[in-house]
Design a protein around this ligand. Structure first.
Ligand SMILES: *Cc1c(COP(=O)(O)O)cnc(C)c1O
Length: 216
């Protein structure tokens, strides 16, 4: 069996063997890799793939997606509102919804293109200056705006926790916030910490290097 498929299966069985209540989907993060490298996992039948740049994803996936309707593409990286139109065209999920201007642009192009995506609100859980995301004390207001004012389909919250060794604490906090909004999906966990993330309630994990190898 192909190495990439083997690695994917191992991660899948690591998660399954935890016997958790939450059903977990693996977003295979294929950023920086060419389609040839990713293809074995597509051929294997996996559906969820993640990219962090709109332009790169357009080049890589546009044609392939036209012929494979089961594929679901997730944008996990920072999105500028001037790329909202392209993002709405190509993606099915956006995990990096993090400001009102962007939300407005996405809502506008959704109705123009007659398409509805699913969204995760990115949370700046550690209130880090350099990081994107909605501050914890503004989440309620931003969530209400997205759902009630502009009718976006918010699936859950998303986090990239600070790299300070306390990821479990941040995952727990995000899980609580997600419950307080009665959201059913939760995007957290990457190659290094996905086991803790799913134990603490993640339903979407975003895994790149453990599947596709290290990025140069
Ligand atoms: C690159 C990336 C990942 C995957 O990271 P790995 O450590 O390679 O698993 C997950 N989430 C986001 C937002 C990323 O940019």
């Amino acid at each position: 069996m192909n190495t990439i498929v083997e690695r994917f299966n191992k991660i899948n069985s690591n998660i399954t063997s935890l016997n958790l209540k939450n059903s977990v989907k693996i977003v295979a993060v294929s950023k920086t890799f060419s389609y040839d490298h990713i293809k074995p996992l597509v051929d294997y039948g996996h559906s969820h793939f993640g990219e962090n740049r709109v332009q790169e994803a357009l080049v890589k996936w546009s044609d392939i997606k036209k012929n494979s309707s089961h594929l679901k593409l997730h944008l996990i990286g920072k999105l500028q509102s001037n790329k909202a139109k392209d993002a709405v065209k190509l993606f099915d999920f956006i995990h990096s919804l993090d400001n009102q201007k962007l939300a407005d642009a996405l809502a506008k192009y959704q109705s123009k293109l007659n398409k509805r995506l699913k969204y995760f609100i990115q949370v700046n859980i550690g209130n880090e200056i350099q990081k994107s995301g909605i501050p914890v004390n503004e989440i309620d207001a931003f969530y209400n705006y997205c759902v009630k004012e502009i009718n976006l389909e918010i699936e859950g919250l998303m986090v990239i926790p600070p790299n300070d060794g306390n990821h479990k604490k941040y995952f727990e906090r995000l899980s609580q916030l997600n419950r307080s909004l009665a959201l059913k999906e939760l995007s957290m966990g990457m190659s290094a910490d996905y086991i803790d993330a799913v134990k603490l309630g993640a339903t979407f994990v975003r895994i790149g290097s453990s599947i596709f190898g290290s990025r140069s």
